[in-house]
Design a binder for this molecule. Structure first.
Ligand code: ATP
Ligand code: MG
Length: 315
């Protein structure tokens, strides 16, 4: 007996195209998600992530195979499954005619929550929407709409939360807020199945990551396990152009006499119309070379290196 909250076995789904031809999207998908786990499903556009989420959330019927959520079969016991899950789809399900607060109240009443007003106000506060609570949702920015959508999906404390690309279109701050919420929910025992195009998101959030490709899961494991699928890390040197920041720091350093203790004075002193520029660039180049040497010496411990060390090494 496993503690799997989501169990997917040989799931299959085809769609009929315009010319009547069937295209197999899921050709036998297997995976499990454990209680309180954040599980990321990755895959290219059109790989079938949303299709999988729609089948697991009872929106769509599979052609073959089976799936259980909280021990209930998604096809035969859809009502039981729906009582326990929540779905934040790829496209926000917010009603633009209603205010943010009204959207939350509506869902809370539909879900039979005991004190809808209290819950709505708490969620508005938690998602930074209290100030916009009484504005129609169609006046919200994309990020605000997404946050409201996620807040709505938390009404009724679902056991399982499906987040289909929850942070697409969010600014970095809003993305961090969603990550924080997902972590808190998982810590509280909510099981989360997440799809994302942002690999960093999976890296940051997920305990386990699966890659869906050509209708099947071709890799599934922790980040460390997936990394082990690659050949061992090897040391290599990468020569790249300096960034403007590095040029800036090199110039400043040369100006302050950082190279040979004299470069700055020479070219500041206007010592020579003819020599100034040359000396200036010499000093900067020397400075950059010195960094390069430093970088080379540092390199043995690093997997990858460049001619220009990071800012801390420069200062
Ligand atoms: N109702 C449908 N009718 C016909 N084809 C569909 C239907 N739903 C999905 N598809 C097709 O199934 C494939 C998988 O779609 P799906 O939305 O599951 O991909 P996805 O992995 O979520 O992609 P994305 O990263 O772009 O969101 C696509 O080729 C899509 O066009
Ligand atoms: Mg999708």
């Amino acid at each position: 007996m496993t503690d799997a909250v989501i169990q997917v076995t040989d799931l299959q789904k085809s769609f009929t195209g315009k010319k009547g031809a069937r295209t197999a999207v899921l050709k036998g998908v297997y995976f499990e998600v454990r209680r309180g786990e954040i599980f990321a499903l990755l895959g290219s556009n059109g790989a079938g992530k949303t299709t999988t989420v729609r089948i697991l959330s009872t929106v769509l019927k599979a052609d073959g195979g089976s799936a259980q959520v909280c021990g209930y079969d998604v096809a035969r016991q859809a009502d039981k499954v729906r009582e326990r899950i929540s779905l934040t789809g790829q496209f926000a399900a917010v009603d633009g005619m209603l205010t943010g607060r009204e959207n939350l109240l509506l869902i809370a009443r539909l879900r039979g929550v005991a004190d809808p007003a209290n819950l709505a106000d708490g969620l508005l506060e938690r998602f930074g929407l209290a100030g916009a609570a009484h504005r129609r949702a169609d006046t919200y920015s994309g990020g605000m709409t997404r946050r409201l959508d996620i807040a709505m999906s938390l009404v009724g404390s679902p056991t399982v939360l499906f987040l289909d690309e929850p942070t697409t279109g969010l600014d970095p701050e809003a993305r961090l807020a969603v990550w924080q919420t997902a972590r808190e929910l998982a810590d509280g025992g909510t099981t989360i199945l997440l799809t994302t195009q942002y690999l960093e998101e999976a890296e940051q959030l997920a305990q386990r990551i699966a890659i869906l490709h050509d209708g099947r899961i071709i890799a599934n494991g922790t980040l460390g396990e997936l990394e082990e699928l690659l050949p061992p890390a090897k040391e290599e040197y990468v020569i790249r152009r300096p960034t403007l920041e590095e040029v800036f720091l090199a110039i400043i350093n040369a100006q302050q006499g950082g190279v040979a203790g004299q470069g700055g004075t020479v070219w500041q002193g206007g010592a020579a119309e003819q020599g100034g520029t040359t000396r200036q660039s010499d000093a900067i180049r020397q400075d950059a070379t010195a960094r390069q040497d430093g970088a080379t010496m540092q390199s043995s411990a690093t997997r990858q290196n460049s001619a220009y060390p990071d800012r801390r090494a420069v200062l």
